[in-house]
Design a protein around this ligand. Sequence first.
Ligand code: GLU
Length: 503
Amino acid sequence: MSGEAIRVRFAPSPTGPLHIGGVRTALYNFLFARQHNGKFILRIEDTDRNRFVPGAEEYIIKSLSWCGIQFDEGVHLGGPFGPYRQSDRKHLYKQYIDILVENEHAYYAFDSHDDLEEAHEKNPNFQYDALSRMKMCNSLTLPKEEVKRRIAAGEPYVVRALIPIDIVIRVNDLIRGEVEVESKTLDDKVLFKSDGMPTYHLANIVDDHLMEITHVIRGEEWLPSAPLHVLLYEFFGWEKPQFAHLPLLLRPDGNGKLSKRDGDRLGFPVYPLEWTDPKTGEKSMGYRESGYYPEAFINMLALLGWNPGTEQEIFSLDELIDAFSLERVGKSGSRFDPEKAKWFNQQYLRKRSDDELTQEFIPILKNLGVDCSWEYVKESIHLVRERVSFVKEIWDQGWFFFKPPEKYDEEVIKKRWKPETSQILQKFSDTLLHLDTFDQVHLDETIQNFLQENAVEMGALMSPLRICLTGGAIGPHLTEIMALIGKEETLHRIETALKKINH
Ligand code: GLU
């Protein structure tokens, strides 16, 4: 591929939020472009105005920018091949459809909606194709003058591709190899409408050609369109780009394509950022709002469909750029695993320093109305960081560093709080009162001495003590908690628990 200037594009239609499958398509294009020192373009394919959703284009741009996926040219950046939004390129397409009609690769069709419905009613397998087209109302069946008259009179029409009857179309796919399709299985797709708008197929091919796209890397759902696209390139006599159709992202159980409904049902996001439907106001979760790091999200997505051929799982964006190859993209669908997604986030969280995590956690504390010193927050985080996958989980694992328990776990009390417990705790509390250096070393020593002197079992003191300090049975080492919250707070929590639990 050396010598050739690689140009790839991500070409979403602004019909809603960007699904994670779309983010993965953008990511693979980006990695491919960067690896080959090529250019990566964002083109908005909005020819279908009926499916246009306000805010979707902005959402797509924001999402990819959050992911760290950068473009060289595009609707938001401009560039030498602009405009990059198809509705702004409307004036360009007519001349190309004219070429196709002139060379008898396309024809005008005037069939009304009702005529087409009727054809479908008569034959549910009806296709507008080589077998049926001569029975329909189009420029192949009407006299030339009549066609001219209808167009001049402003009658609505579409322009359809004239698919050759009996040829084999070969699509060379970098992932799937050569795919052969018989032309008779294709229908005469609509390429252009009398309102002056091209359909997806025509605009897509014309733009890929004009924008000098060398590789079309897109989702598998576009594979059925590829034979028509190849034909269009041949009709125009243009050089074809290389195609690579990426495997689908599958539901966690492997049955079918991953959809928003699966995410809602199983409680994981399928969109990079939170999305509010402009019509219904319904909100959908986003990876960002769920606490994912963009690096973790991207790393996880990169491995859904591509594998490096080694055991390595953690890749920075730069490492992905080096390691990625289309040859190592699989043909079969990749099952999405929400637990693995969390695991990736945990790996990236573990790479963060205590200070970085403190910086990320302090705004969460502020929201909860907690105001503590940087050092105090940092020490708390240090004690629980191994137990969390997300920064917001630090609160779930360590809230007791910031406030006393409001209630005590009944189950744990039933098991661990014995008739002699209060007496032991009271005595232990008196011992602590005299301890001057309240650090972990001295606390461990004090506890050992206390247990020996009073012939008390370790569990008989430590379990109830944990209930007093944290309300339950989990958390980091107890003397670490005591040392951090300090003597006064420790004594206070024991006193409160003794009052509340015994009555
Ligand atoms: N506009 C199409 C989409 O929404 C683009 C398909 C392609 O990349 O050719 O996915």
